[in-house]
Each structure stands twice: as C-alpha cells, then as structure tokens.
Design a protein around this ligand. Structure first.
Ligand SMILES: NC(=O)c1ccc[n+]([C@@H]2O[C@H](COP(=O)([O-])OP(=O)(O)OC[C@H]3O[C@@H](n4cnc5c(N)ncnc54)[C@H](O)[C@@H]3O)[C@@H](O)[C@H]2O)c1
Ligand SMILES: O=C(O)C(=O)C[C@@H](O)[C@H](O)[C@H](O)COP(=O)(O)O
Ligand SMILES: [Zn+2]
Length: 360
C-alpha cells in the first residue's frame, strides 16, 4: 500500500492508496483508537456495490456499524439531505467519539464531511472515496460543504478527515463519464503544479482510460501529493490554496446556472480551465499555443470545452459569488506555462466576457 501523509500538526492524517485497501478499514480505525458505533454514509449506487463488504469489515473489527444511503447526484449536497443524515446520527446515538465514514464520490464525501464538522460540533471523519474524482481531489484537504440553490459549496467548513482510504479497485465499476470527470481534476493538478504529470497524461492515455492499476496509482498518488503539499502550506485558502481552484471560478457558475447535475463537476472544471486559459492568453500571460495544448488535453479525455446551453451574462452574474472574491474583486487563477499559475484580481470585465463568449 502507498501512503501519502498530510502534515497538519495535530490534524495530520494518512492517505492510504492500494488495491483492496477497503479490506483494511477495521485495523486502520482501530489504529486511530476509534471504537463503538460508526455511521457509513453512501449513495444508492455505490452502497449497493460496496456497502455490505465495508459493513462486514467493520463488524469483524468489533464496530456497531450502520449504513445510510442517500440518492446519487449533486442534488444530494443539500441542507435537506443533511437534515436526514443528522436525524440518523441522533437516532443511532452517535456521540463525540463515534466516527462517520463517507463511502462514495465527492458528493457523499462533501456532505458527510459537513455532517462530521457540525454534528455535536465535530466528530471523527473517515473518507472512503470510490470515484476517481474523490480519490484525486475531494477526499483530501478538508473542504466540506453543501450547496445553496444560489451557489456551489456556499455552506461548509474546513474539517480534516482522520484518514483517507483509497481502494483503486473501486475504479473498475466507475461509469466512463465519471472516470473522465476525475481526470479533469488530474489535468488541473498538472497544469497548476506539475508539468511531468501533465506529460504523463498526454502520453499514457491508453493505460489511463484502460484503468491500468499502475497508471491509476501513479495519477492518484501524484495528485494526493500535490494537493497535500498545497494544503499543508495554506489549509484555509488565505493565498496559495487558491491555485487548487484553477478553472473553478467559471465551473461553479456554470454548474449553478445550468442547474446542478446538468454538467458534472469535472466537466464544468474542464470548461472553466479552457476559459481561464483563454483569459490568460488575452492578458498576454501565455501564448495561443499553450491554450491549444490545454484544449487538446481536455478533448483527449472526452471532456467538454464549451457550455453551449449557458448564456455569458448568466455566468458573469454568478462569478462574484466565488469564494475567492474579496471586496467584490474576483481572484482569477491564470496560466503562464504548464505547471505554473499566477493569481490576478484585476482582470477587466471585457476580457472575461470575451472568454465567456467563446465558451458558450
Ligand atoms: N471537497 C473538495 O475539495 C472537492 C474537490 C473536488 C470536487 N468536489 C465536489 O465533489 C463532487 C463531485 O464528486 P464526484 O465526481 O465523485 O461525483 P459523485 O459523488 O456524484 O459521483 C459520481 C457518480 O459516480 C457514482 N460512483 C461513485 N463511485 C463509484 C464506483 N466506484 N462505482 C460505480 N459508481 C460510482 C456515484 O454514485 C455517482 O452517480 C462535487 O460536488 C464537487 O463540488 C469537492
Ligand atoms: O481543495 C481545494 O481547495 C479546491 O479548490 C479543490 C476543488 O477541486 C474543489 O472543487 C473545491 O470543492 C472547490 O472549493 P470552493 O472553495 O471553490 O467551493
Ligand atoms: Zn473541483
């Protein structure tokens, strides 16, 4: 098993990456001195494949484990569904030492993390990510949230898990479209911090889309290392962490304006990265050739470059709700080279509008 540690003092935790690592959940939790009751939250799709095996492992390790299934999809990241989970936590009698585990994609991870951060003012959180997106991004770093109809992730917290257990075997049951959505965040990691990872994605397309275990382990481990490195320096996004948001200023506006679920998160991020690359180019920060390289990587993994059914004005009106906006000024993460970004808060509206027109 590969292990990446997130070093955050008393809040440090391991990310364990390997085939069949879910079978280790019992010993891992015992090692963390966790015992007693545990609530496992999953969605109906993931729960029907992996729910029983995880519950069996937990029972064998002496836990009193219950499984709560929520509907799959972005709509589940809501206060309404959170209320159902709180109710189950209360009726099950979870106390401050009882862990809650998120078994699923980023939707289950963000929702369950939000419950963990707020129920009894905080209980231990275990991330068991099963989608590629959750394995390369959402299970790590402690951003937990639900959506508001007016904007993505607007209600949430920074709350780190106690452990992340990534079983790469779960990628074998992931639908094609969801594999691609996870790859959008891996492309992001390459673009913001690691030219070698970006090149790996360009060269190893067949192995990655063929779900080769070695290739998956490489991109998951590298992504976790990159994200951990950033979060260790800036846990609460005072500065550097903004780079993990590359492409997200436009992505979140597209998700909200098109209606949650119309574009899945990685698809919206792909469009948003295209937009951010265009803005970078219009500002003279990078060349048109670099934009072409970004577009080619996105298209190679069958991710969209445009949101044809969205209106530029609608996207524009949502941009200031971005969490990187301070004093009405949107902080844009812009590309200067593969693996290099800068943050600018003075991008003229005309430049943004020009890019949005190309995206829609
Ligand atoms: N907290 C963070 O740092 C962070 C980072 C990136 C994304 N996110 C959030 O993550 C969410 C997107 O996550 P996602 O793409 O995983 O979506 P998701 O959780 O909706 O999962 C996608 C689909 O794949 C299914 N699925 C998951 N694992 C499976 C498996 N192994 N086999 C079969 N089906 C499986 C799910 O049932 C779902 O239908 C968004 O809400 C996004 O905002 C958060
Ligand atoms: O962890 C981070 O920081 C990120 O920005 C990772 C993003 O991929 C992720 O989608 C995150 O949830 C976006 O955060 P938000 O603060 O813009 O809601
Ligand atoms: Zn994201």
């Amino acid at each position: 098993m590969d292990v990446v540690n997130v070093e955050l003092g008393q809040k440090s935790y391991p990310i364990m990456i390997g085939p069949n690592s879910l079978s280790q959940i019992g010993p891992v939790l015992k090692e963390l001195n966790l015992a007693g009751k545990i609530l496992v939250v999953s969605d109906e799709q993931v729960g029907k494949i992996y729910g029983d095996p995880v519950l069996e492992q937990l029972s064998a390790a002496g836990f009193t484990a219950e499984l709560l299934l929520v509907p799959p999809g972005e709509g589940t990241k809501s206060l309404e569904i959170a209320q159902l989970v709180f109710t189950r936590a209360i009726t099950m009698g979870l106390d401050r030492r009882s862990p809650i585990a998120a078994l699923g994609g980023g939707v289950v991870g963000d929702l369950t993390g939000f419950i963990a951060a707020t129920y009894l003012r905080g209980i231990p959180l275990i991330q068991l990510p099963t989608s590629l997106l959750a394995q390369v991004d959402s299970s790590v770093g402690g951003k937990v949230a639900v959506n508001h109809p007016l904007g993505k992730n607007l209600i949430g917290a920074f709350y780190q898990p106690r452990a992340v257990i990534i079983d790469i075997q779960t990628v074998s049951t992931l639908p094609e479209r969801e594999l691609a959505t996870g790859l959008a965040e891996v492309i992001k990691h390459g673009l913001i911090a690691d030219a070698a990872l970006f090149t790996y994605l360009q060269i190893n397309h067949r192995q990655i889309t063929g779900r080769d275990a070695g290739a998956l382990t490489h991109i998951i481990k590298r992504s976790c290392e990159i994200k951990a490195g950033v979060v260790e320096q800036d846990e609460r996004e005072a500065g550097l962490r903004m780079i993990l948001n590359f492409g997200h200023t436009i992505a979140h506006a597209i998700e909200a304006t098109a209606g949650y679920g119309r574009y899945n998160h990685g698809e919206a991020v792909a469009i948003g990265m295209h937009g951010a690359a265009l803005i970078s180019c219009y500002l003279g920060l990078c060349t048109p050739a670099l934009v072409a390289v970004v577009k080619s990587a996105i298209s190679k993994y069958r991710l969209p470059l445009t949101a044809d059914d969205c209106a530029p004005a609608d996207i524009l009106s949502l941009l200031t709700r971005d969490k990187k906006t301070v004093g009405g000024k949107v902080h844009w993460v812009l590309l200067t080279d593969i693996g290099k970004v800068v943050i600018r808060n003075n991008v003229p509206d005309e430049v943004v509008s020009r890019a949005l027109t190309e995206l829609t």
